[in-house]
Design a protein around this ligand. Sequence first.
Ligand SMILES: O=P(O)(O)OC[C@H]1O[C@H](O)[C@H](O)[C@@H](O)[C@@H]1O
Length: 534
Amino acid sequence: MSVRLSVSGAAAEAVRTAVPALVADRVASGITAQDPALWGPAAEDEASKRLGWTEAVAISRPLVPEIYALRDELRAAGVDHIVLGGMGGSSLAPEVITRTTGAHLTVLDSTDPGQVLSALGDRLTTTAVVISSKSGSTVETDSQKRVYERAFTEAGIEPTSRIVIVTDPGSPLDESARAAGYRVFNADPNVGGRYSALTAFGLVPSGLAGVDISEILDEAETIELSLAVDTDDNPGLVLGAAIAATSPLRNKLAIVSDGTHIVGFADWAEQLIAESTGKDGTGLLPVVLETDAPELALGLADVQVVRLVSDAGEHLFRHDESGEIHVSGTLGAQLLLWEYATAVAGRLLGINPFDQPDVESAKIATRGLLDDRPEPAPAAFVSQGIEVRGTPDVIGASSDLVSAIDVLLDELPADGYLSVQAYVDRIALPQLEGLRAALAARAERPVTFGWGPRFLHSTGQFHKGGPAVGAFLQILTASSSDLDIPERPFTFGELITAQANGDAQVLAEHGRPVLSLTLTDPETGVGALFDALA
Ligand SMILES: O=P(O)(O)OC[C@H]1O[C@H](O)[C@H](O)[C@@H](O)[C@@H]1O
């Protein structure tokens, strides 16, 4: 088999108790046959149009030669750099596919003006841009398309020769792009964004960037049968049970890349699992960890460790005390494996794994702020060049940076987690990611780290729809450079600020503690933040 799995401890117990019923209920063959009734009546309508991914390999095959033909045409025209504008499910699969295979793809899933400007300034005359959006209405992606259209035009390059569109048939983008003469790849509309890795969304940007995408499909095909059969060793059932049927539920999934050849898989799995399960007050929170992460040494009862390894061994049940889940296998096979496992987890948790009801709330709040343009809320105080704002429970009891962070961490319940959300230029400030481990050591609780607005399309759903046990640390920068968006009444700087403020507003409405730090000088601000945690 092209994947191997092994489980021990609570995860093994979960497999022993939950898998027989999944087999008896024919869940695996039901998913494969696209039975929408597997998640209960409330989910049936959505599930009836969201299970196309089970046959993605066959449906995607004919796309491969078309993608290669375009790749060759672009290369012949001198293109040597591919940029992807897209969010969530439309960006994370190409990211993991290209990183793993060593192909170069610039993934622009940001609205930070500095990051957008860096992408625009990188080899524009030899660049082609893939604009990927299922719905065709995502504001980040629409904005990215607009600035590239202008940049190409200003450089004397016809945008239709360099911008390629991936979208669902009939979406607003499909219609406007076809009318404007763009090349359009349509994806299967019966597949949701986060399950779209093996459709045009995963394949077009990866193939144009030089990946052997037939091989990814071949890898996935090798596991199709074993995922479809109703047997006790079906890896989709085993993994689904191991992550979602522990009792009591270990609802933080610590995902650790520990020997796997796949680069960045946890980021893709994070959006799949968090957005699919984090709703109705339950769900699984993926926490992407380094092998030396503080959380791994703490033995936390609500954390289930999943290691992505090079070889998980021959035996399904491992006899060790670790209680961990180990997974290995090819990239294509693991993409399909985790999609099945997430659908199985949805059934075990009693939720609809195909909707994302709480992603919309942050979008609405952002739109409201962009329309109304309220005066910016004054900072509660400024500490070491950092403007400090937050919910009253956090800032009311603090007077400097150190005490504000302490108060935020004190708000964590015994089963709580901290989410760090950095709405910054990740290319300019990559060191911010190091805050995660420092905060985890301080909090002795799981800490997630997300770049905004990217994480809004991933863990963003869980933070609002999952168990109300999170505390939230936002980091923003006062932008020194901004960039207007053609024919839009707001700039990228205004958009990213509204996204952060809109999400903070929704989190506060959910009663969650939020601390927002704006670094007036990013370089010194980052230093001050690390000092505050030392
Ligand atoms: O592909 P798009 O329609 O632009 O959507 C991008 C992302 O937006 C939202 O966050 C959805 O919940 C995701 O599932 C989706 O992948």
